[in-house]
Design a protein around this ligand. Structure first.
Ligand code: NOJ
Length: 559
Protein backbone atom coordinates (compact mmCIF):
# COMPACT_ATOMS: atom_id res chain seq x y z
CA UNK A 1 0.00 0.00 0.00
CA UNK A 2 0.99 3.61 -0.29
CA UNK A 3 3.02 5.16 2.46
CA UNK A 4 2.60 8.41 4.29
CA UNK A 5 5.63 10.62 4.65
CA UNK A 6 4.60 11.23 8.24
CA UNK A 7 5.22 7.51 8.90
CA UNK A 8 8.91 8.09 8.34
CA UNK A 9 9.82 11.75 8.45
CA UNK A 10 7.81 14.82 9.31
CA UNK A 11 6.92 17.30 6.59
CA UNK A 12 8.69 20.46 7.63
CA UNK A 13 6.21 23.16 6.64
CA UNK A 14 9.36 25.24 6.40
CA UNK A 15 8.68 28.40 4.36
CA UNK A 16 12.27 28.47 3.12
CA UNK A 17 11.41 25.36 1.16
CA UNK A 18 9.64 27.36 -1.49
CA UNK A 19 11.48 29.29 -4.15
CA UNK A 20 12.61 32.59 -2.75
CA UNK A 21 10.02 35.32 -2.79
CA UNK A 22 12.26 37.32 -5.09
CA UNK A 23 9.55 37.71 -7.71
CA UNK A 24 6.46 39.37 -6.30
CA UNK A 25 3.29 38.49 -8.21
CA UNK A 26 5.17 35.77 -10.10
CA UNK A 27 1.87 34.27 -11.21
CA UNK A 28 0.89 37.39 -13.17
CA UNK A 29 3.42 36.61 -15.89
CA UNK A 30 4.40 32.98 -15.25
CA UNK A 31 4.85 30.45 -18.02
CA UNK A 32 3.56 27.23 -16.50
CA UNK A 33 4.50 23.88 -18.00
CA UNK A 34 2.06 20.99 -17.62
CA UNK A 35 3.66 17.64 -16.87
CA UNK A 36 1.42 14.64 -17.40
CA UNK A 37 3.31 12.26 -15.09
CA UNK A 38 2.33 9.05 -16.90
CA UNK A 39 3.89 10.26 -20.12
CA UNK A 40 6.79 12.56 -19.25
CA UNK A 41 9.67 10.36 -18.09
CA UNK A 42 9.84 6.81 -16.76
CA UNK A 43 12.42 6.41 -14.00
CA UNK A 44 12.10 2.67 -13.41
CA UNK A 45 11.59 1.28 -16.90
CA UNK A 46 8.08 -0.11 -16.32
CA UNK A 47 6.65 1.79 -19.29
CA UNK A 48 4.78 4.30 -17.10
CA UNK A 49 6.14 7.75 -16.26
CA UNK A 50 6.79 8.49 -12.58
CA UNK A 51 7.99 11.15 -10.14
CA UNK A 52 11.66 10.07 -10.13
CA UNK A 53 11.50 10.40 -13.92
CA UNK A 54 10.13 13.93 -13.67
CA UNK A 55 12.72 14.82 -11.06
CA UNK A 56 15.57 13.73 -13.31
CA UNK A 57 14.25 15.91 -16.13
CA UNK A 58 13.77 19.07 -14.06
CA UNK A 59 16.98 20.63 -15.43
CA UNK A 60 15.45 20.38 -18.91
CA UNK A 61 12.45 22.40 -17.73
CA UNK A 62 14.62 24.97 -16.00
CA UNK A 63 16.68 25.26 -19.20
CA UNK A 64 13.55 25.66 -21.29
CA UNK A 65 12.86 28.76 -19.26
CA UNK A 66 9.48 28.05 -17.66
CA UNK A 67 8.60 29.46 -14.25
CA UNK A 68 6.48 26.68 -12.81
CA UNK A 69 5.48 23.08 -13.38
CA UNK A 70 1.92 21.84 -12.97
CA UNK A 71 1.74 18.10 -12.34
CA UNK A 72 -1.43 16.25 -13.26
CA UNK A 73 -2.57 13.90 -10.45
CA UNK A 74 -0.11 11.41 -8.99
CA UNK A 75 -2.21 10.37 -5.97
CA UNK A 76 -3.19 6.85 -4.97
CA UNK A 77 -5.80 5.90 -7.54
CA UNK A 78 -7.26 2.88 -9.33
CA UNK A 79 -6.65 4.92 -12.54
CA UNK A 80 -10.18 4.68 -13.90
CA UNK A 81 -9.63 8.21 -15.25
CA UNK A 82 -5.82 8.37 -15.35
CA UNK A 83 -5.56 9.50 -11.74
CA UNK A 84 -8.48 11.97 -11.70
CA UNK A 85 -10.16 9.33 -9.52
CA UNK A 86 -8.37 9.74 -6.21
CA UNK A 87 -8.56 7.05 -3.53
CA UNK A 88 -6.18 8.74 -1.08
CA UNK A 89 -5.37 12.43 -1.47
CA UNK A 90 -2.44 12.22 0.94
CA UNK A 91 -0.59 9.36 -0.74
CA UNK A 92 1.27 8.89 -4.02
CA UNK A 93 0.22 6.01 -6.23
CA UNK A 94 2.96 3.33 -6.15
CA UNK A 95 3.17 3.49 -9.92
CA UNK A 96 4.41 7.07 -9.59
CA UNK A 97 6.58 6.61 -6.48
CA UNK A 98 5.98 7.65 -2.89
CA UNK A 99 5.84 10.77 -0.73
CA UNK A 100 9.63 10.84 -0.44
CA UNK A 101 9.82 11.11 -4.23
CA UNK A 102 7.32 13.99 -4.16
CA UNK A 103 9.30 15.68 -1.41
CA UNK A 104 12.58 15.31 -3.34
CA UNK A 105 10.92 16.57 -6.52
CA UNK A 106 9.61 19.70 -4.81
CA UNK A 107 13.00 20.41 -3.21
CA UNK A 108 14.94 19.95 -6.45
CA UNK A 109 12.47 22.08 -8.39
CA UNK A 110 12.85 24.90 -5.89
CA UNK A 111 16.63 24.64 -6.03
CA UNK A 112 16.34 25.14 -9.80
CA UNK A 113 14.02 28.14 -9.35
CA UNK A 114 10.93 26.25 -10.53
CA UNK A 115 7.63 26.37 -8.68
CA UNK A 116 5.43 23.30 -8.31
CA UNK A 117 1.65 23.31 -8.77
CA UNK A 118 -0.25 20.14 -7.94
CA UNK A 119 -3.64 19.04 -9.18
CA UNK A 120 -6.44 18.95 -6.61
CA UNK A 121 -9.57 16.97 -7.47
CA UNK A 122 -12.42 18.16 -5.22
CA UNK A 123 -15.51 17.49 -7.35
CA UNK A 124 -15.32 13.72 -6.99
CA UNK A 125 -13.26 11.02 -5.36
CA UNK A 126 -12.61 7.49 -6.52
CA UNK A 127 -15.28 4.93 -5.74
CA UNK A 128 -12.43 3.16 -3.91
CA UNK A 129 -11.99 6.09 -1.51
CA UNK A 130 -12.51 4.95 2.05
CA UNK A 131 -15.42 7.39 2.51
CA UNK A 132 -17.35 6.00 -0.43
CA UNK A 133 -16.69 2.38 0.47
CA UNK A 134 -17.86 2.97 4.03
CA UNK A 135 -20.94 4.84 2.80
CA UNK A 136 -21.82 1.86 0.61
CA UNK A 137 -21.36 -0.59 3.47
CA UNK A 138 -23.39 1.44 5.96
CA UNK A 139 -26.41 1.64 3.66
CA UNK A 140 -29.17 4.21 3.09
CA UNK A 141 -29.69 6.76 5.84
CA UNK A 142 -26.09 6.63 7.04
CA UNK A 143 -24.56 10.09 7.60
CA UNK A 144 -21.57 8.97 5.52
CA UNK A 145 -23.85 8.82 2.48
CA UNK A 146 -24.39 12.55 2.86
CA UNK A 147 -20.76 13.14 1.79
CA UNK A 148 -21.82 12.06 -1.71
CA UNK A 149 -25.08 12.43 -3.65
CA UNK A 150 -27.05 9.25 -2.93
CA UNK A 151 -30.74 9.30 -3.90
CA UNK A 152 -33.57 6.77 -4.24
CA UNK A 153 -34.48 6.06 -7.87
CA UNK A 154 -37.68 7.05 -9.62
CA UNK A 155 -40.30 4.61 -10.89
CA UNK A 156 -42.37 2.05 -8.93
CA UNK A 157 -39.29 0.14 -7.80
CA UNK A 158 -36.71 2.91 -7.90
CA UNK A 159 -35.42 1.48 -11.15
CA UNK A 160 -35.03 4.85 -12.90
CA UNK A 161 -32.27 7.40 -12.21
CA UNK A 162 -33.21 10.27 -9.87
CA UNK A 163 -32.97 12.86 -12.65
CA UNK A 164 -31.92 13.25 -16.31
CA UNK A 165 -28.33 14.36 -15.79
CA UNK A 166 -25.75 12.92 -18.14
CA UNK A 167 -22.14 11.99 -17.62
CA UNK A 168 -19.49 13.94 -19.52
CA UNK A 169 -18.07 10.57 -20.56
CA UNK A 170 -21.40 9.30 -21.94
CA UNK A 171 -24.45 7.59 -20.43
CA UNK A 172 -26.44 8.59 -17.35
CA UNK A 173 -24.71 10.47 -14.52
CA UNK A 174 -26.22 8.02 -12.01
CA UNK A 175 -25.35 4.45 -11.09
CA UNK A 176 -27.50 2.23 -8.93
CA UNK A 177 -25.96 0.57 -5.88
CA UNK A 178 -26.78 -2.69 -4.18
CA UNK A 179 -27.86 -2.57 -0.53
CA UNK A 180 -25.64 -4.36 2.02
CA UNK A 181 -28.15 -7.29 1.80
CA UNK A 182 -27.75 -7.48 -1.99
CA UNK A 183 -31.12 -5.95 -2.95
CA UNK A 184 -31.13 -3.04 -5.46
CA UNK A 185 -30.49 0.16 -3.57
CA UNK A 186 -29.98 3.90 -3.98
CA UNK A 187 -28.35 5.64 -6.91
CA UNK A 188 -25.28 7.87 -6.68
CA UNK A 189 -24.26 10.81 -8.85
CA UNK A 190 -21.11 10.85 -11.01
CA UNK A 191 -20.72 13.63 -13.56
CA UNK A 192 -17.74 11.72 -14.96
CA UNK A 193 -17.11 7.94 -14.86
CA UNK A 194 -19.10 5.69 -12.48
CA UNK A 195 -15.81 5.20 -10.60
CA UNK A 196 -15.81 8.96 -9.81
CA UNK A 197 -18.71 9.65 -7.39
CA UNK A 198 -19.39 13.37 -6.90
CA UNK A 199 -18.76 14.72 -3.42
CA UNK A 200 -21.52 16.70 -1.70
CA UNK A 201 -20.13 20.15 -0.95
CA UNK A 202 -23.10 21.00 1.29
CA UNK A 203 -21.59 18.55 3.76
CA UNK A 204 -19.32 20.14 6.35
CA UNK A 205 -16.97 17.13 6.57
CA UNK A 206 -16.21 17.49 2.85
CA UNK A 207 -15.38 21.18 3.25
CA UNK A 208 -13.19 20.50 6.30
CA UNK A 209 -11.35 17.67 4.61
CA UNK A 210 -10.34 19.74 1.60
CA UNK A 211 -9.15 22.63 3.74
CA UNK A 212 -6.99 20.13 5.59
CA UNK A 213 -5.72 18.71 2.28
CA UNK A 214 -4.70 22.18 1.12
CA UNK A 215 -2.60 22.54 4.26
CA UNK A 216 -1.10 19.08 3.85
CA UNK A 217 0.28 19.90 0.40
CA UNK A 218 1.19 23.49 1.29
CA UNK A 219 3.20 22.10 4.20
CA UNK A 220 4.91 19.79 1.71
CA UNK A 221 6.06 22.98 0.00
CA UNK A 222 3.89 23.20 -3.12
CA UNK A 223 3.38 26.62 -4.66
CA UNK A 224 -0.17 26.19 -5.80
CA UNK A 225 -3.09 24.05 -6.90
CA UNK A 226 -4.75 23.49 -10.23
CA UNK A 227 -8.35 22.86 -9.19
CA UNK A 228 -10.05 20.18 -11.24
CA UNK A 229 -13.67 20.85 -12.28
CA UNK A 230 -13.63 23.98 -10.12
CA UNK A 231 -17.02 24.96 -11.55
CA UNK A 232 -18.74 21.72 -10.56
CA UNK A 233 -18.62 21.47 -6.78
CA UNK A 234 -22.00 23.01 -6.03
CA UNK A 235 -25.15 21.61 -7.63
CA UNK A 236 -28.45 23.50 -8.05
CA UNK A 237 -30.74 22.94 -5.07
CA UNK A 238 -33.05 19.95 -5.52
CA UNK A 239 -30.95 18.59 -8.41
CA UNK A 240 -33.45 19.75 -11.09
CA UNK A 241 -33.52 18.05 -14.52
CA UNK A 242 -31.17 19.57 -17.07
CA UNK A 243 -33.59 19.19 -19.99
CA UNK A 244 -32.37 18.14 -23.43
CA UNK A 245 -28.71 19.02 -23.96
CA UNK A 246 -27.15 16.32 -26.15
CA UNK A 247 -23.83 14.72 -25.25
CA UNK A 248 -21.92 17.07 -22.93
CA UNK A 249 -18.40 17.95 -23.92
CA UNK A 250 -15.23 18.42 -21.95
CA UNK A 251 -14.50 22.17 -21.64
CA UNK A 252 -18.10 22.89 -22.72
CA UNK A 253 -19.91 26.22 -22.37
CA UNK A 254 -23.49 25.02 -21.70
CA UNK A 255 -25.51 26.50 -18.83
CA UNK A 256 -26.26 23.48 -16.63
CA UNK A 257 -27.67 22.90 -13.13
CA UNK A 258 -24.46 21.21 -12.01
CA UNK A 259 -21.89 23.67 -13.35
CA UNK A 260 -20.87 27.23 -12.51
CA UNK A 261 -23.36 27.68 -9.68
CA UNK A 262 -22.82 30.84 -7.65
CA UNK A 263 -22.28 28.82 -4.46
CA UNK A 264 -18.83 27.66 -5.57
CA UNK A 265 -17.33 31.08 -4.91
CA UNK A 266 -17.76 30.86 -1.14
CA UNK A 267 -15.57 27.75 -1.21
CA UNK A 268 -12.79 29.54 -3.05
CA UNK A 269 -12.98 32.50 -0.68
CA UNK A 270 -12.29 30.15 2.21
CA UNK A 271 -9.42 28.51 0.29
CA UNK A 272 -7.86 31.88 -0.53
CA UNK A 273 -7.60 32.62 3.19
CA UNK A 274 -5.56 29.43 3.62
CA UNK A 275 -3.32 30.16 0.64
CA UNK A 276 -2.66 33.64 2.00
CA UNK A 277 -1.52 32.23 5.35
CA UNK A 278 1.56 30.84 3.59
CA UNK A 279 4.50 32.95 2.43
CA UNK A 280 5.67 33.51 -1.14
CA UNK A 281 2.30 33.69 -2.87
CA UNK A 282 0.85 30.20 -3.19
CA UNK A 283 -1.81 30.20 -5.89
CA UNK A 284 -5.07 28.56 -6.92
CA UNK A 285 -5.88 28.01 -10.60
CA UNK A 286 -9.45 27.20 -11.60
CA UNK A 287 -10.22 24.64 -14.24
CA UNK A 288 -13.63 26.18 -14.80
CA UNK A 289 -15.69 25.61 -17.94
CA UNK A 290 -18.06 28.54 -18.04
CA UNK A 291 -20.49 29.97 -20.60
CA UNK A 292 -18.37 33.10 -21.19
CA UNK A 293 -15.28 35.05 -20.14
CA UNK A 294 -17.29 37.19 -17.72
CA UNK A 295 -18.33 34.11 -15.74
CA UNK A 296 -14.73 32.88 -15.74
CA UNK A 297 -13.59 36.19 -14.22
CA UNK A 298 -15.74 35.58 -11.13
CA UNK A 299 -13.37 32.78 -10.05
CA UNK A 300 -10.44 35.18 -9.86
CA UNK A 301 -11.90 38.07 -7.93
CA UNK A 302 -9.34 39.45 -5.47
CA UNK A 303 -10.50 37.27 -2.58
CA UNK A 304 -10.83 34.04 -4.62
CA UNK A 305 -8.38 32.19 -6.85
CA UNK A 306 -5.43 33.69 -8.74
CA UNK A 307 -5.91 32.36 -12.25
CA UNK A 308 -8.47 30.51 -14.35
CA UNK A 309 -7.75 28.64 -17.56
CA UNK A 310 -8.92 30.55 -20.60
CA UNK A 311 -10.71 27.77 -22.47
CA UNK A 312 -12.54 30.34 -24.59
CA UNK A 313 -9.16 31.12 -26.14
CA UNK A 314 -8.26 27.45 -26.52
CA UNK A 315 -11.56 26.82 -28.29
CA UNK A 316 -11.08 29.65 -30.82
CA UNK A 317 -10.28 28.66 -34.40
CA UNK A 318 -7.25 30.00 -36.29
CA UNK A 319 -9.00 33.07 -37.62
CA UNK A 320 -7.76 36.63 -37.14
CA UNK A 321 -11.14 38.21 -36.42
CA UNK A 322 -12.17 35.47 -33.96
CA UNK A 323 -8.80 35.62 -32.22
CA UNK A 324 -8.94 39.39 -31.89
CA UNK A 325 -12.44 39.14 -30.43
CA UNK A 326 -11.50 36.52 -27.83
CA UNK A 327 -8.30 38.35 -26.87
CA UNK A 328 -10.24 41.57 -26.32
CA UNK A 329 -13.05 39.88 -24.40
CA UNK A 330 -10.59 37.97 -22.24
CA UNK A 331 -8.61 41.09 -21.32
CA UNK A 332 -11.76 43.18 -20.83
CA UNK A 333 -13.29 40.58 -18.47
CA UNK A 334 -10.23 40.22 -16.30
CA UNK A 335 -9.36 43.92 -16.01
CA UNK A 336 -12.16 44.80 -13.55
CA UNK A 337 -11.14 42.00 -11.16
CA UNK A 338 -7.43 42.74 -11.52
CA UNK A 339 -6.48 39.14 -12.35
CA UNK A 340 -4.05 38.13 -15.09
CA UNK A 341 -5.54 36.62 -18.20
CA UNK A 342 -4.21 33.15 -19.00
CA UNK A 343 -3.57 31.68 -22.42
CA UNK A 344 -3.54 27.99 -23.27
CA UNK A 345 -3.55 26.04 -26.53
CA UNK A 346 -3.10 22.42 -25.47
CA UNK A 347 -3.56 20.14 -22.48
CA UNK A 348 -4.19 16.48 -21.69
CA UNK A 349 -7.91 16.73 -22.56
CA UNK A 350 -7.83 18.20 -26.06
CA UNK A 351 -6.42 17.41 -29.48
CA UNK A 352 -2.89 18.86 -29.63
CA UNK A 353 -3.01 22.30 -31.25
CA UNK A 354 -0.65 21.32 -34.06
CA UNK A 355 -3.36 18.96 -35.30
CA UNK A 356 -6.42 20.84 -34.04
CA UNK A 357 -5.66 24.14 -35.78
CA UNK A 358 -5.34 22.25 -39.05
CA UNK A 359 -2.27 23.97 -40.46
CA UNK A 360 0.60 21.72 -39.48
CA UNK A 361 3.80 22.79 -37.79
CA UNK A 362 4.00 26.32 -39.28
CA UNK A 363 0.61 27.22 -37.88
CA UNK A 364 1.29 25.59 -34.51
CA UNK A 365 4.50 27.59 -34.15
CA UNK A 366 2.75 30.81 -35.17
CA UNK A 367 -0.03 30.13 -32.65
CA UNK A 368 2.50 29.49 -29.88
CA UNK A 369 4.39 32.70 -30.54
CA UNK A 370 1.13 34.66 -30.56
CA UNK A 371 0.12 33.10 -27.23
CA UNK A 372 3.48 33.91 -25.64
CA UNK A 373 3.21 37.56 -26.71
CA UNK A 374 -0.16 38.12 -25.00
CA UNK A 375 -0.40 39.88 -21.62
CA UNK A 376 -0.60 37.59 -18.61
CA UNK A 377 0.35 34.01 -17.88
CA UNK A 378 0.71 31.18 -20.42
CA UNK A 379 0.42 27.41 -20.17
CA UNK A 380 2.50 24.94 -22.18
CA UNK A 381 1.53 21.28 -22.38
CA UNK A 382 4.43 18.82 -22.42
CA UNK A 383 5.56 18.05 -25.95
CA UNK A 384 4.09 21.12 -27.61
CA UNK A 385 7.59 22.63 -27.43
CA UNK A 386 8.69 19.69 -29.61
CA UNK A 387 5.93 20.30 -32.13
CA UNK A 388 4.28 16.98 -31.35
CA UNK A 389 1.12 16.20 -33.32
CA UNK A 390 -1.88 14.33 -31.98
CA UNK A 391 -1.44 10.59 -32.43
CA UNK A 392 -4.58 9.69 -34.34
CA UNK A 393 -3.99 6.02 -35.13
CA UNK A 394 -3.70 4.42 -31.71
CA UNK A 395 -5.05 0.89 -31.71
CA UNK A 396 -8.31 0.60 -29.79
CA UNK A 397 -6.85 -1.97 -27.40
CA UNK A 398 -4.15 0.51 -26.32
CA UNK A 399 -6.58 3.29 -25.44
CA UNK A 400 -7.35 3.91 -21.76
CA UNK A 401 -9.47 7.08 -21.83
CA UNK A 402 -12.83 6.35 -20.17
CA UNK A 403 -14.40 8.68 -22.72
CA UNK A 404 -13.37 6.18 -25.40
CA UNK A 405 -14.35 3.12 -23.38
CA UNK A 406 -17.82 4.50 -22.60
CA UNK A 407 -18.80 5.57 -26.09
CA UNK A 408 -21.03 2.51 -26.33
CA UNK A 409 -22.72 3.47 -23.03
CA UNK A 410 -24.72 6.26 -24.61
CA UNK A 411 -21.74 8.40 -25.46
CA UNK A 412 -21.06 9.76 -28.89
CA UNK A 413 -20.08 6.55 -30.67
CA UNK A 414 -20.19 8.29 -34.01
CA UNK A 415 -17.69 10.99 -33.11
CA UNK A 416 -15.32 11.29 -36.00
CA UNK A 417 -11.69 12.22 -35.71
CA UNK A 418 -10.22 12.68 -32.28
CA UNK A 419 -12.73 15.11 -30.78
CA UNK A 420 -13.51 13.92 -27.28
CA UNK A 421 -10.82 11.22 -27.34
CA UNK A 422 -7.85 11.94 -25.14
CA UNK A 423 -5.21 9.24 -25.50
CA UNK A 424 -3.77 10.77 -28.67
CA UNK A 425 -2.35 13.76 -26.77
CA UNK A 426 -1.08 11.60 -23.90
CA UNK A 427 1.49 9.51 -25.77
CA UNK A 428 4.86 9.54 -23.92
CA UNK A 429 7.21 12.19 -25.25
CA UNK A 430 10.49 11.43 -27.08
CA UNK A 431 13.75 12.49 -25.43
CA UNK A 432 16.31 10.75 -27.63
CA UNK A 433 16.55 9.93 -31.33
CA UNK A 434 16.98 6.20 -30.69
CA UNK A 435 16.05 3.68 -28.04
CA UNK A 436 13.09 1.49 -27.14
CA UNK A 437 10.87 4.38 -26.09
CA UNK A 438 12.97 7.26 -27.44
CA UNK A 439 14.48 7.89 -24.02
CA UNK A 440 11.13 8.05 -22.22
CA UNK A 441 12.47 5.15 -20.13
CA UNK A 442 14.52 2.00 -20.37
CA UNK A 443 11.48 -0.08 -21.23
CA UNK A 444 8.48 0.46 -23.46
CA UNK A 445 5.76 3.04 -23.14
CA UNK A 446 2.18 2.58 -21.94
CA UNK A 447 0.85 4.04 -25.19
CA UNK A 448 2.72 3.22 -28.40
CA UNK A 449 4.83 6.07 -29.80
CA UNK A 450 4.86 6.68 -33.57
CA UNK A 451 7.95 5.13 -35.19
CA UNK A 452 9.18 8.48 -36.52
CA UNK A 453 9.11 10.33 -33.18
CA UNK A 454 12.89 10.08 -32.75
CA UNK A 455 13.14 12.98 -35.20
CA UNK A 456 11.04 15.10 -32.84
CA UNK A 457 13.06 14.23 -29.74
CA UNK A 458 14.68 16.73 -27.42
CA UNK A 459 18.05 15.33 -28.45
CA UNK A 460 17.43 15.87 -32.18
CA UNK A 461 16.07 19.37 -31.77
CA UNK A 462 18.57 20.71 -29.27
CA UNK A 463 21.00 23.08 -30.95
CA UNK A 464 19.10 23.21 -34.25
CA UNK A 465 18.08 26.86 -34.57
CA UNK A 466 15.21 25.96 -36.89
CA UNK A 467 13.68 23.50 -34.41
CA UNK A 468 10.49 24.11 -32.49
CA UNK A 469 12.27 23.40 -29.22
CA UNK A 470 14.80 26.17 -29.89
CA UNK A 471 11.95 28.49 -30.91
CA UNK A 472 10.30 27.94 -27.50
CA UNK A 473 13.63 28.38 -25.70
CA UNK A 474 14.26 31.63 -27.55
CA UNK A 475 10.71 32.89 -27.01
CA UNK A 476 10.84 32.21 -23.28
CA UNK A 477 14.26 33.86 -23.02
CA UNK A 478 13.01 36.99 -24.81
CA UNK A 479 9.89 36.96 -22.66
CA UNK A 480 12.03 37.01 -19.54
CA UNK A 481 14.16 39.90 -20.65
CA UNK A 482 11.89 42.20 -22.65
CA UNK A 483 9.93 44.42 -20.27
CA UNK A 484 6.95 44.77 -22.62
CA UNK A 485 6.26 41.01 -22.53
CA UNK A 486 4.66 39.03 -19.70
CA UNK A 487 2.32 40.67 -17.20
CA UNK A 488 -0.15 43.28 -18.39
CA UNK A 489 -3.80 43.78 -19.16
CA UNK A 490 -3.92 45.45 -22.57
CA UNK A 491 -2.77 45.31 -26.15
CA UNK A 492 -2.80 48.22 -28.60
CA UNK A 493 -4.20 46.96 -31.90
CA UNK A 494 -2.48 48.20 -35.05
CA UNK A 495 -4.15 48.48 -38.44
CA UNK A 496 -3.51 45.33 -40.46
CA UNK A 497 -4.84 43.65 -43.61
CA UNK A 498 -7.55 40.98 -43.41
CA UNK A 499 -6.27 37.81 -41.85
CA UNK A 500 -3.43 39.58 -40.05
CA UNK A 501 -3.34 40.48 -36.36
CA UNK A 502 -0.94 43.15 -35.21
CA UNK A 503 -0.57 44.71 -31.81
CA UNK A 504 1.87 46.69 -29.74
CA UNK A 505 2.66 46.14 -26.07
CA UNK A 506 4.21 48.92 -24.06
CA UNK A 507 6.27 48.60 -20.90
CA UNK A 508 6.32 51.05 -18.03
CA UNK A 509 9.89 52.05 -18.95
CA UNK A 510 8.74 53.33 -22.35
CA UNK A 511 10.01 50.38 -24.38
CA UNK A 512 7.59 48.46 -26.57
CA UNK A 513 7.27 45.40 -28.74
CA UNK A 514 5.11 44.66 -31.76
CA UNK A 515 3.66 41.27 -32.62
CA UNK A 516 2.20 40.52 -36.05
CA UNK A 517 0.49 37.27 -37.03
CA UNK A 518 -0.44 36.18 -40.51
CA UNK A 519 -3.21 33.62 -39.98
CA UNK A 520 -3.77 33.04 -43.69
CA UNK A 521 -2.17 30.39 -45.86
CA UNK A 522 -0.68 33.00 -48.22
CA UNK A 523 2.08 35.57 -47.81
CA UNK A 524 0.61 39.02 -47.02
CA UNK A 525 2.17 42.37 -47.82
CA UNK A 526 1.90 44.47 -44.66
CA UNK A 527 4.34 47.17 -45.69
CA UNK A 528 1.67 49.78 -46.39
CA UNK A 529 -0.17 49.43 -43.09
CA UNK A 530 2.14 47.93 -40.54
CA UNK A 531 5.51 49.62 -40.26
CA UNK A 532 7.29 48.32 -37.19
CA UNK A 533 10.43 50.38 -37.01
CA UNK A 534 12.22 48.18 -34.56
CA UNK A 535 14.63 45.33 -34.33
CA UNK A 536 13.52 41.81 -35.21
CA UNK A 537 13.26 39.76 -32.03
CA UNK A 538 11.91 36.44 -33.22
CA UNK A 539 9.89 34.85 -35.99
CA UNK A 540 7.98 31.59 -35.87
CA UNK A 541 9.03 30.70 -39.42
CA UNK A 542 11.25 31.83 -42.26
CA UNK A 543 10.90 35.60 -42.26
CA UNK A 544 13.59 37.36 -44.22
CA UNK A 545 12.66 40.80 -42.89
CA UNK A 546 10.80 43.49 -44.82
CA UNK A 547 7.12 44.03 -45.44
CA UNK A 548 5.94 40.59 -46.45
CA UNK A 549 4.72 38.19 -43.76
CA UNK A 550 4.87 34.56 -44.89
CA UNK A 551 1.78 32.33 -44.45
CA UNK A 552 1.01 31.14 -40.90
CA UNK A 553 3.80 33.17 -39.36
CA UNK A 554 4.17 35.30 -36.24
CA UNK A 555 6.90 37.91 -35.88
CA UNK A 556 8.05 39.87 -32.82
CA UNK A 557 9.89 43.19 -33.12
CA UNK A 558 11.33 45.36 -30.36
CA UNK A 559 10.61 49.07 -30.58
C1 NOJ B 1 -10.78 17.54 -15.97
C2 NOJ B 1 -9.51 16.81 -16.20
O1 NOJ B 1 -8.62 17.65 -16.89
C3 NOJ B 1 -9.86 15.56 -16.97
O2 NOJ B 1 -8.73 14.89 -17.44
C4 NOJ B 1 -10.71 14.68 -16.09
O3 NOJ B 1 -11.15 13.56 -16.83
C5 NOJ B 1 -11.93 15.43 -15.57
N1 NOJ B 1 -11.62 16.75 -15.11
C6 NOJ B 1 -12.55 14.69 -14.42
O4 NOJ B 1 -11.73 14.76 -13.30
Amino acid sequence: MTQHLADRTQPTGDPTRTVAGSQPDWWRHAVIYQVYPRSFADGNGDGMGDLPGVRRRLPYLAGLGVDAVWLSPFYASPQADAGYDVADYRAIDPMFGDLHDADALIRDAHDLGLRIIVDLVPNHSSDQHEWFQRALRQGPGSPLRDRYHFRPGKGPNGELPPNDWESIFGGPAWTRTANPDGTPGEWYLHLFAPQQPDLNWDNQAVRDEFRSLLRFWLDMGVDGFRIDVAHGLVKAAGLPDMGAAGQLKLLGTDVLPFFDQDGVHEIYRSWRKILDEYPHQRIGVAEAWTPNEGRTALYVRPDELHQAFNFHYLNTPWNAAALRRVIDTSLDSMRPVGAPTTWVLSNHDVVRHLTRLGGGLDRARAASLLMLALPGSAYIYQGEELGLPEVTDLPDEARQDPAFCRRGAGGDASSDGQEGLRDGCRVPIPWTAQGASFGFGDGGSWLPQPANWGKLSVEEQTGDPSSTLELYRAALAVRRTHPALGAGDAVEWLPAPDGVLAFRRRAADGSAMVCAVNTTDMAVDVAGVLTPAGRLLLASGRYPGGGVLPADTTVWWAE
